[in-house]
Write a protein that binds this ligand. Sequence first.
Ligand code: NAD
Ligand code: UDP
Length: 317
Amino acid sequence: MRILITGAAGFLGSHLCDRLLAEGHQVVGMDNFITGKPENLAHLANNQNFTFIRHDVSAYIFVPGKLDAVLHFASPASPNPASPFGYTNLPIQTMKAGALGTHNTLGVALANQARYLLASTSEIYGDPLEHPQREDYWGHVNPIGPRSVYDEAKRFAEALTMAYHRFHNVNTAIVRIFNTYGPRMHIDDGRVVPNFIHQALQGQPLTIYGDGKQTRSFCYVDDLIDGIVKLLLSKEHEPVNIGNDTETSMNEFAEIINRLTGNTAGVTYLPDRRGEGDPQRRQPDTARARAVLGWQPQVALEDGLQRTIAYFKQAGA
Ligand code: NAD
Ligand code: UDP
């Protein structure tokens, strides 16, 4: 296949490029580097099957030649206002990537009669009142809070994707990605995994927001990419959660990072972000992914974290 991947210079996009190239496909990467890095793609510079287009997906997209698949991953993804890459600091760009970027990429898929895959998110469930989150849960989302620029853009993106499927018969798929971590995350991205690892490697206390009882379920990037490729090759149109179902509190998570890095500086508690919509519990129900894709996560949290810590050490964090 010849595949367009938007957000190609980001964490997930660059791993997708690698995986699809390794499977013998041709990949066209697109990015404007708003949160991603050219270094994430530097190793592909001489790959005959890879081409790169620097472009903002919010503007009309033209890709010469026939495409068989379009994967829309371009969007800021960190909720942390302390990071310059946080989507609350890029609110208009985030809404445009989710709304106009989804419209433009769906147009490319329609014109090419290509398979389309939207990178959606567990954030469409908001601060969920049902636990774990199943795909048929409609969510609990604040439409005007700080996180709304991301949550509502992704909800709009899902609705537009289903509209193109139902009205234009585009062969669409939607993956709802739960917290994924691994090499190539931006060290300053502000999400908890790079933040804690960076702090631990500097010998600093880990910053826990609130009482640390809030939970997340962390998926190693290789597992996520496996699930996405299976979804791409499937005939599924309904949303599928992909994530690891091992739920961990931020207090437990900080303890694991400090133990794996040998950091003795402990933790420090900062004001909680509940008022900004920080979800208190998050865990995917992955029954659909298991049933329709035959997918399940393989990498245990501590194994994935060891690999991620090794990457950040080598990157000089
Ligand atoms: P990332 O910030 O590393 O990558 C996003 C990439 O998109 C960056 O390279 C950025 O420069 C690019 N981009 C943003 N706006 C763009 C635009 N207008 N035009 C062109 N390129 C643009 O983040 P990530 O973690 O790799 O996330 C990738 C996708 O996966 C996002 O859509 C995100 O919402 C989704 N997602 C990620 C996670 C996760 O845990 N990593 C969870 C849920 C959803
Ligand atoms: N968090 C934290 N300290 C940090 C960064 C994040 O305690 O330095 C918490 C954050 O409040 C949230 C959880 O870790 O409850 C996961 O945050 P992240 O930014 O990774 O993404 P989210 O899952 O909220 O989108």
